[in-house]
Design a protein around this ligand. Structure first.
Ligand code: FUB
Length: 448
């Protein structure tokens, strides 16, 4: 009985469901360098896992600190399941378990096996006396794991940020970074090189390049990289007609982070007909950009195959149920003046944000709210207004039909106010929250 209880508790701790359609998509831990893959009709994300540096005099306080990897999955890009830790620095033979250097990973499926590639600092020097970063492989029968790490890192590869691409003819290629971007063919066993590494030409010579991610669309091979053209990384891409190049630089996928996060790191998938860009920024840790968080936005191509630049959004992608707590601080649009957001708790930023509406007429829009098929009776709003205020909730647009007028009581404490909805709505709509009078802070909104 006691053992069953322990088992149930530990299972609950390993697999946790987190329901957020907005950016960042992982909201209870830091996550970075997302590689997204579609396996068995679901989206799996393999990010790296930033943690605050533990107190240890040998570790740099101002650097990346990464001890393990988790995998996350979702069918709707809104509800994410954390399947728990899949590989740890303490469980890989060749990894220096004090190095906290488990940087950007990748995972790919071949013949029903899942190959997880990860860089980390080696604990032993290779035949040439080199320690530094090696790239290892861990293999599983399911995307969620369990993953069994290979005894040794891949021979002939020193570097970070592995990325694997399997072409239509079945040939697999490994890309990695070490100042330059290199590529080599992989043997069918996916754990050994089948050709000598070659440095990819024609990429920018000045400014750091890392994080290669290669994908193919309509016969064009897109080699994407974070590159420091100015002061911090931006996402760029080159195109070619062969996975090994030559490639020609073709443009910028995402500009430098507006939050000034020094790194970015990308992957691309097509899922249910839509292309998505996965990337990271430092939303939960704006003062320390080595504690990052992964995000998704939609991606579009021009008719000639070039990529339209992606602007990072708060709203992200996916549909939010009207009966979920809708975090309107992840808005998709706002009035020109009078709106801002702030952390609810500046010490524990994972508690999320609040929306502040300051002026009469200020508003935020939140797109793709699913009002479902059943009639919803009331709306709950968690809000705070020192002088008391009225919020107007509209359907579709600022001057769209009014769903409810919510009276927020005067006071310095948060209140959850319930108000009857005046129009019944079904289906997917935008929602607009507008301020009728005095300044108000809003935590969330929920229909029931
Ligand atoms: O996460 C550590 C390193 O930062 C990655 O390996 C790079 O791609 C950059 O995002």
């Amino acid at each position: 009985m006691k053992n069953n209880k322990i088992l149930i508790l530990s299972l609950l701790m390993i697999v946790s469901n987190i329901s957020f359609g907005q950016n960042p998509i992982v909201r209870n831990q830091f996550s970075a360098d997302p590689t997204a893959r579609v396996f068995n009709g679901k989206v799996y994300v393999f990010p790296s896992h930033d943690i605050p540096t533990p107190p240890n005099k040998n570790l740099r306080k101002d650097w990346f600190c990464m001890a393990d990897y988790h995998v996350f999955s979702s069918e709707n890009l809104t509800d994410w399941t954390d399947h728990g830790m899949i590989v740890s620095q303490n469980k890989v033979n060749w990894v220096d378990s004090f190095s906290y250097s488990m940087w950007a990973p990748d995972c790919i499926e071949r013949n029903g096996k899942y190959y997880f590639y990860f860089p980390a600092n080696k604990n032993i020097a290779d035949a040439n006396g080199r320690k530094g970063f090696g790239i290892g492989v861990a293999i599983a029968d399911k995307p969620e794991g369990p993953y069994i790490p290979q005894k040794d890192p891949i021979k002939g590869v020193n570097g970070i940020d592995p990325n694997v691409f399997i072409d239509k003819d079945g040939q697999a290629y490994l890309y990695w970074a070490q100042g330059n971007i290199s590529v080599a063919k992989l043997k069918d066993n996916m754990t050994e090189l089948a050709s000598e590494p070659q440095v990819i030409d024609n990429l920018p010579q000045k400014g750091l390049k890392e994080g290669p991610f290669l994908f193919e669309r309509k016969g064009i091979y897109y080699l994407t990289i974070p590159h420091v053209e100015n002061k911090i990384e931006r996402l760029e891409y080159a195109i070619g007609d062969n996975p090994m190049g030559p490639f020609k630089m073709a443009g910028v996928v995402m500009d430098e982070s507006p939050m000034n996060c020094w790194t970015n790191h990308q992957s691309f998938i097509q899922y249910k007909g839509q292309w998505y860009l996965f990337y990271h920024q430092d939303a939960y840790s704006p003062k320390f950009d080595k504690n990052r968080s992964i995000c998704i936005d939609s991606l579009f191509f021009n008719a000639d195959g070039t990529i339209r630049k992606v602007l990072p959004t708060l709203r992200g992608v996916g549909v939010t149920s009207a009966t979920a707590k809708i975090e309107i601080d992840r808005y998709s649009g706002k009035s020109q003046t009078g709106t801002s957001i702030a952390f609810l708790d500046s010490v524990n930023t994972f508690k999320g944000w609040k929306t502040i509406l300051n002026n009469k007429g200020a508003w935020v829009k939140y797109n793709s709210v699913d009002f479902g098929k059943k009639k919803l009776k009331s709306i709950l709003v968690k809000a705070l207004s020192e002088s008391g205020s009225i919020l107007q909730i509209h359907l579709d647009k600022v001057d769209g039909p009014m769903i409810a007028e919510v009276k927020v009581p005067k006071g310095t404490n948060w209140n959850t106010v319930e108000t009857k909805v005046s129009i019944q709505q079904t289906g997917i709509h935008n929602m607009v929250v507008a301020l009728k009078d005095s300044p108000t802070e809003i935590d969330w909104i929920q229909f029931q």
